[in-house]
Ligand binder design. Structure first.
Ligand code: SAM
Ligand code: SF4
Ligand code: SF4
Length: 338
């Protein structure tokens, strides 16, 4: 009987010639924040029904999916959610995934609130990097964006704990016109001269409940103009094909920042990502309305590598390039994994 590791890597290409490289695994659809652009309080209130426990993939099941992903040429795994650190013992999963042949990098995206408790254990288990989300430096704006009465200092402490654990850190800031666009310069100032790369993200039309409108998108052009109003910067070459952030460096040597313009500068042509929800549904686009049920294949002892390969070969997603303002039913980002 062959095991996955006996098989050679297949490197399937999708309908637009893109390889599969990156898998985002959502560990839970729950979160301890209520960012209005992702899980607004009005929808995700006390009566909201989160995923049933029995449906949530165990760490053993996630490993099997990651093995199949690596056998299809996958290199990078990002653990996300919801808030991934709400799931107990994430370090056990990291340690296990580290042993999957072909996986070169394991990263985690988190709001940072539970990082102080976990950073050292995650590093010891083999986590390479963390991306923390922080949308303001000013408490009042942070509260408005995060939907909770939590001070910015709590996230900064999470960043410090990652630094102390020697984890590489990136910081994501979603900018929404009229809500936190006045925080572009304070955020840039705060992270300039630190080893942590700040990436500004355009507000995206993910899900159905954030009332997104194109008018609320603070574009990368506007963000760049804000930074340039105080600092001289120049563009930097991408690190690799498919890097979504456009990089800029400060001419005074104080490091760099990035911008992710999913709305104004779509990057579908190099998109090499798949997403696995916490209940084992596979999505090949962040803006998909349906996914493929990998959990059933897993639990029915089916051939997940074959299933995954077939899904990837038939993929032709390029939502951001075709984006229209039409309201279509899309899955929520907290479910699909950001
Ligand atoms: N809870 C973790 C966190 O916030 O980092 C991980 C999950 S969160 C869904 C992943 C990333 O998606 C965060 O950086 C968040 O800012 C981003 N995000 C969520 N909704 C978004 C939206 N509508 N537009 C742009 N980015 C969004
Ligand atoms: Fe939670 Fe992250 Fe969504 Fe904010 S962006 S509500 S922290 S999952
Ligand atoms: Fe990839 Fe879909 Fe985003 Fe395009 S819109 S970059 S295909 S996830």
């Amino acid at each position: 009987m062959k095991t996955l590791n006996d098989l050679t890597t297949s490197n399937p290409r999708d309908q637009l010639g893109r390889n599969l490289r990156d898998l985002r695994v959502s560990l839970t659809d729950q979160c301890n924040l209520r960012c209005g652009y992702c899980m607004p309080n009005e929808t995700f209130g006390p009566d909201y029904t989160f995923l049933n426990k029995e449906k949530i993939l165990s760490f053993v099941e996630i490993r099997k999916v990651v093995e199949a992903f690596a056998a299809c040429g996958g290199k990078k795994v990002r653990l996300t959610g919801g808030e991934p650190l709400l799931r107990p013992n994430v370090e056990d999963l990291v340690q296990d995934l580290r042993t999957v042949d072909g996986i070169e990098e394991i990263a985690l995206t988190t709001n940072g609130l539970l990082l102080r408790k976990n950073a050292k254990r995650l590093k010891a288990a083999g986590l390479d990097r963390v991306t923390l989300s922080l949308d303001a430096i000013e408490d009042e704006t942070f509260r408005k964006m995060s939907g909770k009465e939590i001070p910015v200092e709590k996230v900064i402490d999470g960043i410090r704990s990652a630094e102390e654990a020697k984890l590489a850190v990136k910081v994501n800031s979603v900018i929404i016109k009229g809500i936190n666009d006045h925080q572009v310069l304070p955020l840039a100032e705060y992270f300039r001269g630190t080893p942590h790369i700040l990436r500004f993200i355009e507000y995206m039309d993910v899900g159905n409940c954030n009332n997104w409108s194109r008018d609320n998108v603070y574009t990368t052009k506007e963000i760049l103009a804000d930074v340039q109003s105080r600092y001289q910067v120049e563009p930097v070459e991408a690190n690799y094909v498919g890097e979504v952030a456009r990089r800029y460096r400060y001419l005074d040597g104080q490091g760099e920042f990035g911008m992710i313009g999913s709305v104004s500068q779509p990057f579908c042509k190099d998109c090499n990502r798949a997403r696995l929800s916490a209940d084992g549904i596979l999505f090949t686009c962040l803006f998909a309305s349906t996914g493929k049920n990998l959990r059933e294949v897993l639990r029915g002892n089916g051939d997940i590598r074959h299933f995954l390969e077939g899904i990837w070969r038939s993929r032709d997603d390029r939502y951001s390039e075709l984006r229209s303002d039409m309201k279509v039913g899309k899955v929520e980002m907290s479910y699909i994994g950001g």
